[in-house]
Design a protein around this ligand. Structure first.
Ligand code: ADP
Length: 175
């Protein structure tokens, strides 16, 4: 993997709602009307105006993404994407790839330079983090090659175990 691209990636552990970036990505569900996990945390931190805007969007199909303002968050925007419920079929990968690509495309279309992702689908939706991490990193690096205006992508992991999976995978890419 290209060193200049890998230098734009950061892997951190903690709460994504605390990040001061142009956009944080929400692992939402198709209704976009809130849920548990990172979705609940983002809505709590952003305040009720976020749900109000989400209601105007009419949901979001799995693998796609929608953008809103960030309201009370330090982040200026929230990009809501819907990961697949893990089934073990090849389509999971296609859909999760779509989540990363479509989220980054929205960031690029809105002239955003910094984006933070949680481990989409790796909570209640059951995606094995080792597989999801490779999709996240590979898709992001591929996108950044063609979109130099995005200068910083943070992968914000909630658990030390997930953090290690990402650090180890990125290390194998630096050679
Ligand atoms: P999904 O339904 O897509 O699996 P979840 O919210 O259940 O979404 O989990 C996605 C990932 O987000 C999990 O790895 C979970 O540990 C993590 N997570 C939960 N809360 C936060 C948070 N505040 N910041 C960052 N990551 C979080």
């Amino acid at each position: 993997m290209d060193k200049q691209i890998l230098e734009k990636l950061e892997v951190l552990q903690g709460d994504i709602t605390q990040l001061d970036v142009d956009a944080i990505v929400n692992a939402a569900n198709t209704s976009l009307l809130g849920g548990g996990g990172v979705d609940g945390a983002i809505h709590r931190a952003a305040g009720p105006e976020l749900l109000k805007e989400c209601r105007t969007l009419g949901g979001c199909p799995t693998g796609e993404a929608r953008i809103t303002k960030g309201y009370n968050l330090a982040a200026r925007h929230v990009i809501h994407t819907v990961g697949p419920v893990y089934s073990g079929k090849p389509r999971d990968k296609t859909l999760l790839t779509g989540c990363y690509r479509n989220s980054l495309q929205l960031a690029a279309d809105n002239n955003l330079a910094s984006v933070a992702f949680p481990a989409i689908s790796c909570g209640v939706y059951g995606y094995p983090v080792e597989e999801a991490c490779q999709i996240a990193v590979d898709t992001t690096c591929g996108f950044l090659k063609d979109n130099p205006a995005i200068t910083r992508v943070i992968f914000m992991l909630f658990s030390p175990a997930d953090l290690k999976v990402y650090e180890d995978y990125i290390r194998t890419q630096t050679g």
